[in-house]
Design a protein around this ligand. Structure first.
Ligand code: SAH
Length: 379
């Protein structure tokens, strides 16, 4: 394979958008858990902007550019954008006040531009039709994978990404190759799989993080910030004990039950794998160190908030996964995807109800952490 081909192969990404629109089963209506993480990050982002952002040195053209990578459809992405803007505005006012005079925000603050990024198959129509009417920014959409370059050099001041970089760019190749020792037969994730399967996921995660950080190192101005809200696993916790991994293990066993009853082809299940890696804070730190262009300014656990809104927990968890898995199932199972998904999630919901301790261990140990990176001044 030539060098160019190799790069293309490496950057070939798969896209599994969340369920679009604004219906009951949409991501917009089934992402309250993620919303909890984005809300919890608000305080940390306000502090980070106050302490770590040197506005005078980074904004030369009076335009402050923010990107939200893996935005899906609102409202979480709008909340994140607004929160960053409010934090920057407070910082501007504070900086001015240090000079002894309190000016209007319009006089002391830059203008804001927010780039909403996701795969081109994301429901950008719903995103743009639901933009908050009272927004204080110019909105633009940027379609493409965040594992590639998306923006001109040194053009971004603040990058935000929540619940997105846990998605790998693709299913690791060896695990879908029947002739490989890492072929992941009968499973849909690396949860409780052979070590070689876990290693294949780890390798893909390492390569993806390298691409992500390499692209951002070029796009973010010196002194600019990246705020990451990541669904992962605590330092030192084995993959097999992590809440998301346990969830995937259960979903996989439900799908295998369906295969045994002839409701879905076993071969199709064998080749279906979820391209998600649950990283630990230490793994993120190691990737940032390897890249060398960013310093980690802050890294901390966020509270785990699963809002039930009066619905049974089993139903909230299963509709959460339904909105997430919809795109993946459509790509893999084609025409029958929705029927399979309905039955799969119903089976999953029932199993959660039958085993309350399993359900509680999943919901109570979901783990999200926050990391703040700062672009260091080196070419
Ligand atoms: N940030 C939102 C949405 C998270 S869902 C929130 O916190 O609620 C994850 C989103 O990341 C999905 O919309 C998915 O399409 C997107 N995504 C995953 N991999 C991506 C990639 N490589 N490039 C761009 N977007 C990606």
């Amino acid at each position: 394979m030539g060098e160019e081909q190799q790069r293309e192969e490496r950057w070939r990404t798969e896209a599994y958008p969340m369920k679009g629109g604004d219906a009951m089963d949409s991501y917009a209506n089934n992402s309250s858990y993620q919303r909890g993480g984005v809300v919890a990050a608000k305080k940390v982002i306000i502090e980070a902007v106050g302490e770590k952002l040197d506005l005078k040195s980074i904004v030369s053209s009076n335009i402050f550019r923010i990107a939200d990578l893996g935005c899906s459809v609102g409202p979480n992405t709008f909340f994140a954008a607004e929160n960053i803007i409010n934090a920057v505005q407070s910082k501007c006012q504070y900086d001015q006040y240090q000079g002894g005079v309190l000016h209007d925000l319009d006089h002391v603050c830059p203008e804001f531009q927010v780039f909403f990024n996701d795969h081109s198959s994301n429901d950008f129509n719903t995103l743009f039709t639901s933009l908050p009417p009272d927004r204080q920014y110019f909105a633009a959409g940027v379609a493409g994978s965040f594992y590639c370059r998306l923006f001109p050099s040194a053009s971004l001041h603040f990058v935000h990404s929540s619940y997105a970089i846990n998605w790998l760019s693709k299913v690791p190749k060896p695990i879908i190759d029947k002739s490989s020792a890492a072929w992941n037969k009968g499973k849909i994730h690396y949860s409780n799989s052979k070590d070689v399967v876990v290693e294949a996921y780890e390798v893909q995660f390492g390569e993806d993080m390298e691409c992500f950080l390499h692209a951002r190192a070029q796009e973010v101005v010196f002194g600019g910030l990246i705020a990451l809200v990541i669904c992962g696993r605590p330092n030192g916790m084995p993959h097999s004990q992590n809440a998301q991994n346990i969830t995937f293990e259960l979903l996989g066993s439900c799908l295998m039950d369906m295969a045994k009853k002839g409701k879905v082809s076993e071969e199709k299940v064998d080749s279906f794998n979820i391209p998600m890696y649950l990283m630990s804070p230490q793994e993120l730190e190691a990737a940032v160190d390897r890249n060398g262009y960013f310093g980690i300014e802050r890294i901390e656990d966020l509270p785990n908030v699963l809002q039930l809104g009066g619905r049974p927990k089993s139903e909230v968890i299963s509709s959460h996964w339904r909105a997430i898995m919809h795109g993946m199932m459509k790509v893999h199972f084609g025409r029958d995807a929705v029927i399979i998904l309905d039955e799969l999630l119903e089976l999953f919901r029932k199993k959660l109800e039958e085993d309350l301790s399993l359900m509680n261990s999943i919901s109570d140990t979901l783990y999200t952490f926050f990391a703040l990176l700062k672009r260091q001044a080196r070419e």
